[in-house]
Design a protein around this ligand. Structure first.
Ligand code: G6P
Length: 613
């Protein structure tokens, strides 16, 4: 959470910072600020609200300077207000610092600094760190980089920071631990950011700072990296594969809508080079070295949060059915704190769009420490999770900017399907004919998603009918149960309607009490193993006057006669239904949220990348 960006070069920093902050706004958007160094002045502007509010706030102010830092916040310590917004400054006003993460021992450090005469303006942990650096700089008589290094040695927690010093305007110091930081290397200029999106339009050459590293960017001497133990590190420069157009709305009203519509392509990209119909095989290059481990695995644990956890649940059904390996799906946040039993022959699959989710990262470290093999499924190339796992397969969904995850979910499910198919085939747990049928069906999925998207007008019509609902229920069985959970999550997170996902049969054990004529009930009732059972569940809802919106297989006439609305999706094999049935649910949530006037891409209180536990 929180996005940070910094610039040093020949150009004016302010427009680069503002543009960068807009790109990073998905990481938090309750307050924003910049600090600019110009001719011996350090100008700091910050305010509550979004980056657009910051722009209004800075109107007419001195915005010159070729060095600067910027921050967009998701509040942890202290409410979102002007004072708690970053950058934070030392008492002298010489230092300005931006921070993404949490300084866990800030209270103890603060107390010590209060004794030493420091006073604080904000409620944040970050302000403590800038005072600590300032204190060390003065008491030890060291330069900024060394003061940052010494300060970080006494800090417990997670951070990506950038610090400016008015006394040394040609130097910028950055450091990271457990929060991401990317350095862009341009021609006579350097960029720093929480991810590569603010950098890509300026340079494709980047260095991903490693945990415990400190980067010193000096206008004259360029970039130097060392770690907090003072060992010199050689920067590893990589080329970005990101394209600018993937970061723009491309004619859509919202990123979320664009990302929903990108799914035929993103699913195809996640299969490209992996599914070979001609040869009748699946090859996931990133995990071939671990194939044997999978084949011998006694158990698979899947960890993730939010939508990624829902994808993990689909993975459970896939691996158990196709590869006959027992699977447990865990919320990373629960798993990490309950002393789980983990064995060396366990495989842990960590799923994360951002690759930065703090709880998922911690769950990986825990399982790794106990000797398990960790396989990552991440979307962001070079992200922390992608780097700490033993092996993995990227989803190739492209940057996902809308806070509500859509194309990342279908890309995760696609990769899980490929994985389960590949392992199932190696283990001999899928009959050859079924394997080939599933490969063909999977290959046909992007075109079928396209077809579902063509039904958007009907979905919009249904959204209009239910836009004022206060509650909604989502029901599904088997592979469609995780989709019911995901549909409910989509609705609540962007339209603020209370929604619950339930296994359709479990409805009788509680939620049925809520059903009346006001309650929309979304039911996934596609043809397949549990079809008849779900039809019975629909009857039960109907008998209580609930309004039924059913996702059915095209041509279904039975449910058509029962439900208030049916949305047809193309027929496919049971394990692949989630890739199609989730699409109408994403669209319904999107349109309801728009009709209710909600900020679809930046829903209240949420952030896309949750780098705090
Ligand atoms: C946040 C996002 C969700 C996402 C979850 C897990 O809550 O708003 O969209 O599913 O984090 O994030 P990850 O990046 O690990 O998939």
């Amino acid at each position: 959470m929180c996005g940070i960006v910094a610039y040093m070069g020949e150009k004016q920093a302010y427009p680069i910072l503002i543009n960068g902050l807009r790109r990073l706004e998905y990481r938090g958007y309750d307050s924003a600020g910049v600090a600019l160094l110009r001719e011996g002045d350090l100008n700091v502007y910050k305010c509550q609200g979004k980056v657009s509010d910051l722009e209004a706030h800075t109107m007419g102010k001195e915005l010159g300077g070729t060095v600067g830092i910027g921050h967009t916040r998701w509040a942890t310590h202290g409410p979102p207000n002007d004072v708690n917004a970053h950058p934070h400054q030392s008492t002298s006003g010489d230092l300005a610092l931006i921070h993404n993460g949490i300084i866990e021992n800030y209270a103890a450090i603060k107390e010590e600094l209060l004794h030493r005469g420091h006073s604080f303006q904000s409620d944040t942990d970050t302000e403590v760190l800038v005072h600590l650096i300032d204190d060390i700089q003065r008491s030890e008589g060291v330069d900024l980089a060394e003061a940052v290094r010494l300060a970080l040695n006494s800090v417990v927690g997670a951070y990506a920071i950038v610090v400016l010093d008015r006394k040394d305007p040609d130097v910028m110091v950055a450091a990271r631990k457990s929060s991401p930081l990317v350095i862009g290397i341009g021609d006579g200029e350097h960029f720093l950011a929480s991810d590569a999106t603010p950098i890509v339009e300026h340079t494709k050459n980047v260095v991903y700072l490693e945990d415990g590293e400190i980067a010193v960017i000096d206008r004259r001497k360029g970039l130097k990296i060392r770690n907090i133990k003072n060992q010199v590190k050689t920067p590893f420069i990589q080329e970005l594969e990101m394209h600018l157009e993937t970061l723009e709305k491309g004619g859509y009203d919202h990123f979320m809508l664009k990302e929903i519509h990108e799914q035929p392509r993103s699913i195809r990209d996640s299969m490209r080079g992996r599914l070979n119909l001609a040869k009748g095989e699946v090859v996931l290059g990133g995990i071939t070295d671990y194939e044997q481990k999978f084949v011998q695995a006694k158990r698979i644990l899947i960890v993730g949060c939010g939508t990624s956890w829902h994808a993990g649940l689909v993975g459970e059904y896939l691996f158990e059915e196709l590869a006959r390996i027992p699977v447990e799906v865990e919320y990373a946040s629960e798993f990490r704190y309950r002393n789980p039993v983990i064995n060396e022959d366990d495989i842990v699959i960590a799923i994360s769009q951002s690759g930065e989710t703090a709880d998922t990262l911690a769950a990986i470290e825990l399982a790794k420490g106990k000797g398990a093999t960790i396989i990552g499924i991440c979307n962001v190339v070079g992200s922390s999770i992608a780097r700490v796992t033993h092996a993995g397969s990227y989803t190739h969904a492209g940057p996902e900017i809308g806070v509500a995850s859509t194309k990342a979910f279908t890309a995760q499910v696609t990769v899980l399907t490929l994985m389960a198919l590949m392992i199932g085939q190696r283990k001999g747990t899928i009959a050859g004919s079924r394997f080939h049928r599933l490969l063909n069906e999977l290959d046909a999925i992007p075109a079928k998603v396209e077809k579902v998207l063509q039904g958007e007008a009907q979905i919009k019509y249904i959204a209009d009918i239910y836009k004022e609902a206060s509650n909604a229920l989502y029901l599904g069985r088997g592979y469609s149960f995780p989709v019911a959970l995901e549909g409910a999550l989509k609705l609540k997170e962007i339209s603020y309607i209370h929604a619950e996902g339930y296994p359709a049969a479990e409805m009788k054990h509680g939620p049925i009490a809520l059903i009346d004529e006001e309650m929309p009930v979304f039911v996934i009732a596609t043809k397949g193993a549990s079809y008849e059972k779900v039809v019975s569940n629909i009857q039960e809802v109907k008998a209580r006057k609930g309004k039924i919106i059913a996702i059915v297989t095209e041509g279904d006439t039975v449910v058509d006669g029962l439900a208030d609305h049916v949305i047809g999706i193309p027929d496919t094999a049971d394990p692949l239904v989630p890739l199609l049935s989730v699409i109408p649910l994403q669209l319904i949530s999107y349109h309801i949220a728009v009709m209710r006037g909600c900020n679809v891409d930046q829903p209240r209180n949420l952030a896309k990348s949750v780098t705090v536990e």
